[in-house]
Ligand binder design. Sequence first.
Ligand code: HEM
Length: 399
Amino acid sequence: MAHDFPVQRSCPFAPPAEYEKLRDEAPVVRGKLPGGEVWLVTRWAEARQVLSDATISTAPSTPGNALVAMSAEPPPPEVLEAQAEQGRGFFIDMDPPEHSVYRKLLIPEFSYRRIKELRPGIQATVDRLIDDMLAQGTEADLVEAFGLPMPSLVICQLLGVPYSEREFFQSRTRRMLTDEDEAGRTAAVGELRGFLSGLVAEAEKAPGDDLLGRLVTARAVPHEDMVGMMFLLLVAGHETTANMIPLSVLSLLRHPDQLRQAIDDPSLWPGAVEELLRFHSIVDWVAFDRATTQEIEIGGRKIGAGEGVLVLGASANRDERVFPDPDRLDIRREARPHVAFGYGVHQCLGQNLARAELEIALRTLFERVPGLRVDTPDEELSFKYTAPIFGMNALPVSW
Ligand code: HEM
């Protein structure tokens, strides 16, 4: 029997309740979407198998792509054409060998060493935001004051956005992510792409010793594709980190024994970040839309070519076969094999950066604001239950 999908979260600290039943039933189950049926991958081993299988495609244009089945009507050709134009350089939606051209260009920019060099800048950004927050009084919305601006400023640092233009960049990014009106969000996307295009053009004229300078010097891809790549970095690196911060702060405050351990022994923060990534799994199936291009076997089932597959990352990260007592937040557990950053050729390019940002943000926040608390009960807090990426709309904190 096919299960109705998607299903929503109803608890801020757990994936949708149905996932446990689906995982018990089988590693691969049938899901009924508005536009047709797809395969849902529920367990960790099979999730990794699908995400690392070279015959499985992530391109939305591959026949059977699972996200296309999300809408009851297939999009008209002119919409598909517009999407393809906007998708230039957006390599998260490409398969190798096209995907590898873009990814290879960026790999050195996100190496462990390069991110280590960025750490003092990230620390300075975090300190400045906390200074501003503390100067305002004894309460704030942590999303507005910290969660949203932090990743935005870090991306400015990475892309070399001049200080004088950071305010523009940040306000448009915020509007793109949070404007209630679709036209407002679309306008912000246009303005940001225009801004990024200007930044790339300047680097083309006078390449500096920074990410954009190195990329234009390599002359590997045309201008429009460069803009698309930068836009992908902005989108992929923003909402994810911005949502993880308030969720992590809230879950640590609600698990004071875990928070105390990290405060007493700061060497535990990197492990705590891994566990928080596993525990919240904010990027679930929405990033893991795939289609088979050949017959394959997953979890003992033969699946033909041209079938849609969705990997339930949040379910894989609660698979009791790999993570004992998976619903418990335990910052000392071996959480690292989680698939919160995906797996295989599309595994998150920015994962070292995300880890550094989360570790510095959480450690510094709890060190510098030791009395940080959330007085509002969980039922009254505003969570993004219907958004593609889970998170919080606001988090009122006081100290
Ligand atoms: C908590 C933070 C983050 C989470 C949970 C996250 C999660 C993910 C996931 C699950 C994927 C895989 C998508 C797939 O398989 O199709 C991905 C890909 C990607 N992420 Fe992240 N991400 C985070 C932060 C970042 C940051 C900070 C950046 C860069 C500034 C970034 C850039 C990317 C890019 C460029 C890709 C596409 C990689 C490819 O297709 O080769 N991410 N991310």
